[in-house]
Design a protein around this ligand. Structure first.
Ligand code: GRG
Length: 315
């Protein structure tokens, strides 16, 4: 039975998520490049993956962070969309035969299966680049304060998505399971190495989602730092739960193949600590996130409810 919680502002989280996802989907449809500026074939490929589904966790977190600091979520919508474009690019490239070689994602055949590898690579490249064009362009205003916030967000998102963040984490992951062309392998990752790899690969963009929302919402520095710290914990909880779902999840809920981590010999939280301890660790992340938010009187916001959803989700 679905649990209905009447949370912050009297609205259940499920209703809040539904409303935010509808806004995000409408905004995404608007920002995706279209013909004649963009070739039809590329436009179709980008749209296929962006509209294939997905929880929209990162953009929801971005908008909720703007609201948590008392800001206008419309100010954060371009950042929310840009981050979802970057996330979608990362999934497209991660699914390629040269990386995870997955044929299902978000309940649909992966882009390289329907459009070919070359087009999938280009669609990912296009989404990444469009994301930064969008961050630079919107919100359209000459207000120097908003322009300064936009520049700060561009820097934060670039750092989170790039070599020191998601791309770097993916490189560590790839090297840990694949020998290089001369057959050399990197030493297996230990528990600290795995945590650091995930902090880059999935945690950095989740953190940037929340901190960008807080920045665009006009939050003060201590609030931005508290939201950033809480999101770092939520990012780790997200990854732990992702690993658990790869063991125990239902493929129909997840919309992708499960059991691939274990089959590839990847070190995961359940493999290292067992399922029960992994669940406990995810709960501890949420408690630390709550402490970080409470210190700045931000615990009474949607952010903690979103944290609970991250832990309780089935997809
Ligand atoms: C290719 C540069 C590059 C990076 C890829 C994020 C990533 C790095 C790979 C994804 C592989 C993966 C399944 C990681 C586990 C965590 C994760 C990002 C899951 C997918 O995110 P969700 O669950 O997906 O938010 P939806 O579809 O709901 O948006």
């Amino acid at each position: 039975m679905t649990r209905i919680r009447r949370g912050y502002g009297g609205q259940a989280l499920s209703e809040y998520l539904q409303a935010r996802r509808a806004e995000i989907d409408a905004a995404l449809a608007h920002v995706l490049p279209q013909p004649p500026e963009c070739p039809d074939v590329l436009s179709d490929a980008m749209r296929y993956s962006v509209t294939a589904g997905g929880k929209r966790l990162r953009p929801v977190l971005c908008l909720a962070s703007a609201e948590a600091v008392g800001g206008d979520r419309a100010m954060a919508m371009p950042a929310a969309c840009a981050i979802e474009l970057i996330h979608t690019y990362s999934l497209i490239h991660d699914d390629l035969p040269a990386m995870d070689d997955d044929t299902m994602r978000r309940g649909q055949p992966t882009l390289h299966v329907v459009a070919g590898e070359g087009m999938a690579i280009l669609a990912g490249d296009g989404l990444l680049t469009e994301a930064f064009a969008l961050l630079a362009r919107e919100p359209r205003t000459a207000d120097p304060d908003v322009v300064a916030r936009k520049l700060r967000v561009i820097g934060a998102v670039a750092a989170a998505a790039g070599a020191a963040g998601m791309v770097g984490g993916q490189a560590i992951d790839l090297a840990s399971v694949t020998p290089d062309p001369s057959g050399r392998r990197t030493p297996p990752l230990d528990a600290d190495g795995i945590r650091a790899m995930h902090a880059r690969k999935t945690g950095a963009l989740i953190r940037a989602s929340a901190s960008s929302g807080a920045i665009m919402g006009g939050g003060h520095e201590r609030a931005i730092a508290a939201i950033d710290a809480a999101a770092a914990e939520l990012g780790l909880a997200f990854q732990i739960v992702d690993d658990i779902l790869d063991v125990e999840g239902a493929p129909a809920d997840l919309g992708k193949t499960i059991g691939k981590d274990a089959a590839a010999g990847k070190p995961t939280y359940p493999a290292l600590y067992g399922i029960d301890a992994s669940r406990r660790m995810a709960g501890e992340c949420l408690a630390r996130a709550e402490a970080a938010l409470a210190a700045e009187r931000l615990a009474d916001s949607r952010l903690l409810e979103i944290g609970r959803w991250i832990i309780e989700r089935s997809n």
